[in-house]
Design a protein around this ligand. Structure first.
Ligand SMILES: Cc1cc2nc3c(=O)[nH]c(=O)nc-3n(C[C@H](O)[C@H](O)[C@H](O)COP(=O)(O)OP(=O)(O)OC[C@H]3O[C@@H](n4cnc5c(N)ncnc54)[C@H](O)[C@@H]3O)c2cc1C
Length: 318
């Protein structure tokens, strides 16, 4: 039986960022990923300036630009007859998850094609897929079987089309949901929308349409340190899910590496991580939840958009 300090379940953005950081800090870590990259994934493909920052800290921005990521310098948001366009203070990037996930997992200890069915605990040690470790991290995404969440009635749909949107992220709110389009590699646009379950059928008749869901924003208390979507989703309106995944992956790595060095037990590391996660992310998640509620009152929402100061929009998307 092989023994590691840390096993991460899931090797997409949160899992790969976590392992990459742990490896740099001299911790023996491995991520077990069910899929094989490259593979498509439903996502808007917009890396916010904050997400680009995280990729910079992981030393990956040049590789992502080499892979064809497109600079995004402003957003145009439309709700009903209200339209607001504002420049970003720092650049974001557009890239498909087919390409991005492959780049982030590259040169990192991510074992692909390796799904995890069960985690067993014996005292201070965990047993996962015939391996043993003292720390397990759940990075298995919004549908993780290891951290339960409260389901919502929304689904995500996505398709890729020829032609670009230039350097503008186009975002709109419509009757059944919201979403937008952004330029991605190879002169194409990635379009992605969040729609209510009842309306799903109207949107999925395209052959190339990918669907995911149901989405689940809030996690329920669980046994594992959870990063990225497994820890709870940031509303896609904020365009910050990937930043959350990368940042929480790195945050957990830092807390776990320090914990292992001082001989802390798993529960201490989990409590420290969760307190820090709440401190950094609670406000943004509350904004997301408020926007979801406001969307039911479309006229108020459109009126609110007209008077929202640009600095506030910028803060949300940065
Ligand atoms: C419609 C929609 C649009 C979005 N648009 C944007 C956007 O434009 N910008 C943005 O920043 N964010 C966006 N997001 C959010 C973003 O996609 C997620 O926040 C991000 O993918 C989370 O990354 P993650 O690594 O936590 O999870 P995931 O990317 O879901 O990765 C989880 C990984 O775990 C693996 N896995 C699952 N179960 C197991 C198992 N049992 N064993 C092993 N591996 C397993 C999966 O194969 C997967 O690769 C959007 C989300 C939706 C739904």
């Amino acid at each position: 039986m092989s023994v590691h300090d840390v096993i991460v379940i899931g090797g997409s953005l949160a899992g790969a960022a976590c392992v990459r950081r742990l490896e740099r800090m001299g911790i023996d870590a491995i991520a077990l990923e069910r899929d094989r990259f490259p593979r498509p994934k439903v996502c808007g493909g917009f890396l916010s300036p904050g997400a680009v920052d995280c990729l910079g800290r992981l030393g990956l921005v040049d590789e992502i630009l080499d892979a064809g990521a497109v600079e995004v310098t402003s957003a145009r948001v439309r709700a009903g007859s209200a339209e607001v366009e504002f420049p970003f203070k720092r650049r974001g990037l557009g890239i498909s998850r087919t390409v991005l996930d492959e780049v982030v997992a590259r040169h990192t200890r991510v074992k692909q094609g390796c799904g995890v069915q069960e985690v067993k605990r014996h005292g201070r040690m965990f047993h996962v897929n015939g391996m043993e470790c003292s720390v397990v991290i759940d990075a298995a995404g919004k549908l993780s079987r290891f951290t339960k969440r409260r389901g919502a009635g929304d689904f995500g749909i996505q398709y890729v089309e020829p032609g670009t949107q230039g350097p503008v992220l186009k975002f709109s709110f419509f009757d059944h949901g919201y979403g937008g389009s952004v330029s991605v590699e190879r002169g194409r646009s990635n379009s992605c929308f969040l729609v209510k379950k009842d309306a799903l059928r109207q949107y999925v008749d395209r052959e190339d349409c990918l669907v995911t869901g149901p989405l689940a924003y809030d996690r329920l208390p669980g046994d594992f340190i959870a990063v990225g979507d497994a820890a709870g989703m940031v509303d896609p309106f904020c365009g910050e899910g990937m930043r959350h995944a990368l940042e929480t992956g790195m945050l957990a790595a830092q807390i776990v590496a320090q914990g292992i060095r001082r001989g802390a037990n798993y529960e201490e590391m989990k409590a420290e991580y969760e307190a820090e996660w709440r401190r950094r992310w609670a406000a943004k998640r509350v904004v997301g939840a408020m926007i979801r509620r406001l969307l039911a009152h479309r006229r108020t929402f459109a009126a609110g958009l007209r008077v929202t100061p640009v600095w506030l929009l910028n803060r949300m998307w940065d």
